[in-house]
Design a protein around this ligand. Structure first.
Ligand SMILES: Nc1nc2c(c(=O)[nH]1)N[C@@H](CN(C=O)c1ccc(C(=O)N[C@@H](CCC(=O)O)C(=O)O)cc1)CN2
Length: 295
């Protein structure tokens, strides 16, 4: 068996096309969606992700406002930048790019974001609404990677209801919110959230219909662990030196041999990453629509 590829580039492109008409409507009604980004320091990966977010905005007609602070920025500087983004009229939603450099308290900074402008769904109020299972008008923006994973599975008609999902990694942007999202009413999966202290990871993966690997350990998920036909989403990414050329290349958490066992496989790069970016745009558009129509 060779797995069906969950193509994040093509799926993100479809999402972006669908957003374009909503953005046109917003603009016609005098609301210009604007995404702000706050980047602190000079981590090359974060720089590249932020640059990608601005390119995406330009592609779909969202304005983008970039605030970059040097690695020497103090917590007071970061607070001031967040305060400015909260009050900037042209910013309808924004993100604080994570991770922040060592020495900054990420949770404290996320808490300063105006929840109505939280394009990442990572403010405690918005995460709280996810925990509370609030639906309808008060439903909060969803964290982008979890939202992108679910969107991609649904667009490929991969069953979720009643399925067993094993998530590897309990981080803030992927594992923890993803567990909440999959168990939400309407999605109705059963989730095992695993982490570095999980005793028998292979066994937890083996019983999963859907596996999400988000740890950043190259090729950690082995083909022998995976139930034949399972959907496997490779989220963690590590830059390693190519053995032949010595040049840097990107490697996911999933061993390539998994493609021979899985039913669906999202590659890395080219899978969940582009969906993360597309879901950010969707959150910005949704926030702008709320600004126009109210909740
Ligand atoms: N405030 C946030 N910080 C971080 C988030 C987040 O959702 N909000 N997630 C990640 C980084 N991230 C977005 O910020 C992100 C990661 C990867 C990609 C992506 O498109 N990856 C490409 C490969 C990129 C490359 O060549 O390096 C792919 O998978 O094809 C987009 C966004 C942590 N921080």
């Amino acid at each position: 068996m060779t797995a069906i590829t969950l193509d994040g580039v093509a799926t993100a492109s479809a999402v972006k096309s669908e957003l374009a008409s909503r953005i046109t409507d917003l603009r016609a009604n005098g609301v210009v969606p604007g995404l702000g980004t706050l980047l602190v320091g000079d981590d090359p990966a974060s720089r590249s992700y932020v640059a990608g977010k601005h390119r995406d905005c330009a592609e779909v007609g969202i304005e983008s406002i970039r605030v970059d602070l040097p690695a020497s920025a103090t917590t007071a500087d970061v607070r001031a930048a967040i305060r400015d983004l909260n009050s900037a009229r042209e910013v309808t939603g924004y993100i604080v790019q994570l991770p922040l450099p060592t020495g900054h308290d990420e949770n404290a900074m996320l808490e300063l974001i105006d929840p109505d402008k939280d394009a990442d769904g990572l403010h405690p109020t918005n995460l709280g609404r996810l925990v509370l299972g609030i639906e309808g008008e008060l439903r909060s923006p969803l964290p982008c990677t979890p939202a992108g994973i679910v969107e991609m599975l649904q667009r490929y008609d991969v069953p979720i209801r009643g399925q067993h999902v094993t998530v590897i990694g309990r981080g803030l942007t992927v594992g923890r919110p993803l567990g909440l999202l999959f168990t939400r009413k309407g999605l109705d999966a059963t989730v095992t959230l695993t982490h570095s202290r999980t005793q028998d990871l292979a066994a937890e993966v083996a019983r999963a219909d859907i596996v999400v690997a988000a740890v950043g350990v190259p090729h950690m998920v082995k083909a022998e662990w995976v139930k034949p036909g399972a959907a496997v989403l490779d989220v963690g990414i590590t830059r390693v030196a190519d053995e032949e050329t010595g040049k840097g290349r990107l490697t996911g958490d999933v061993d390539p041999a998994v493609a021979e066992v899985a039913g669906h496989l999202s590659p890395n790069p080219g899978g969940v990453g582009p969906m993360t970016r597309a879901m950010l745009l969707a959150n910005v558009v949704k926030a702008a629509e709320i600004k126009l129509h109210g909740r």
